[in-house]
Write a protein that binds this ligand. Structure first.
Ligand code: R5P
Length: 290
């Protein structure tokens, strides 16, 4: 087995390598002044089983292109089998034609990964399950569900009448499993997105949060708009302490500042996307990365 890492998530790649007791293989990734990327492997991969670990968070297009070039480099060097390990898959929210004359960019990304040379893919907690069908190569969609719920089990006895709340109806089934695993009741927020990713409005709360500690669950936090609305809504409805559980810390633009200012006791997430130190510092002890 040969493990390769792009430059997007070096710590996670090293953690995976250490866990497997394997080295990360040497490669050069060079960006030319014209922003073109160049990759060179330090050793041959002929006949080898190769894995490329590269998340596709910001800068999305650079990280995606780096992944594609690494895959092609391994293919051209006659690797026997190549697996793209993409903890966070970009464009996953562009998964359907929900209005006329728009693309399905998640499908395009899946095609590109395949064409570049991947025989298999591994990713985590896809925004929409149907994206699996965009790949014609086999793959595994892993989940952080167990890690997150196991963590909450360890603090459950400190919470007051806890309730799981989903900030997005699209996440309702997963939230139901979440609540079942923790043996907690479930409440929903009906949200309507007002403009393309600029603003989200939490409209209606279905369920009871009054005088309860709330565990708000979602798959990702991008701009923080949805979660900020959700926090305000549950607070208005009498929630006590608020915990937020999410897999992918996208944290675009000023999301970290916006989130850190919220009346939230703890933000619990994973390392599918590295959180820059200056952003993590805004949260202090309130940020827990599993
Ligand atoms: C929505 O479809 C997702 O489950 C998340 O709620 C959404 O991606 C979060 O985006 P933002 O943080 O920009 O509101």
């Amino acid at each position: 087995i040969r493990l390769y890492a792009g430059t997007a998530c070096p710590e996670l790649a090293q953690d995976i390598a250490s866990y497997l007791n394997l080295p990360l293989c040497g490669r050069d990734v060079i960006e030319f002044p014209n922003e073109n990327l160049f990759v060179k492997l330090h050793g041959s991969v002929r006949g080898q089983d190769c894995y490329v670990i590269q998340t596709t968070s910001a800068p999305v297009h650079r990280n995606l292109m780096e992944l594609l070039i690494l895959l092609q480099t391994l293919r051209l060097d006659s690797a026997a089998r190549i697996t793209a390990v993409v903890p966070y898959l970009c464009y996953a929210r562009s998964d359907k034609k929900d209005q006329p004359r728009v693309p399905i960019t998640a499908r395009l990304v899946a095609d590109m990964i395949e064409i570049a040379g991947a025989d298999r893919y591994i990713t985590m907690d896809l925004h929409a399950g149907q994206i699996q069908g965009f790949f014609s190569i086999p793959g595994d969609v892993l989940t952080a569900f167990h890690m997150l719920t196991d963590y909450f089990k360890t603090i459950l006895n400190r919470l007051h009448s806890p309730v799981v709340v989903t900030a997005d109806l699209g996440f309702a089934k997963k939230a139901r499993n979440y609540a079942a695993k923790l043996q907690l009741p479930l409440a929903f927020i009906e949200k309507r997105r007002l403009a393309n990713n600029a603003k989200a409005e939490a409209l209606t709360l279905i369920g009871d949060v009054y005088d309860r500690d709330v565990i708000l669950v979602d798959d990702e936090i991008d701009t923080g708009g949805s979660i900020a609305q959700a926090v305000n809504l549950v607070k208005e409805n009498g929630a006590r302490n608020i915990y937020i559980s999410f897999v992918h810390a996208v944290f675009s633009r000023d999301a970290a500042q916006r989130l850190a200012a919220l009346p939230v006791t703890q933000f619990v997430t994973t390392n599918t996307i590295p959180i820059p130190h200056e952003k993590a510092a805004l949260f202090g002890e309130r940020l827990k990365v599993l």
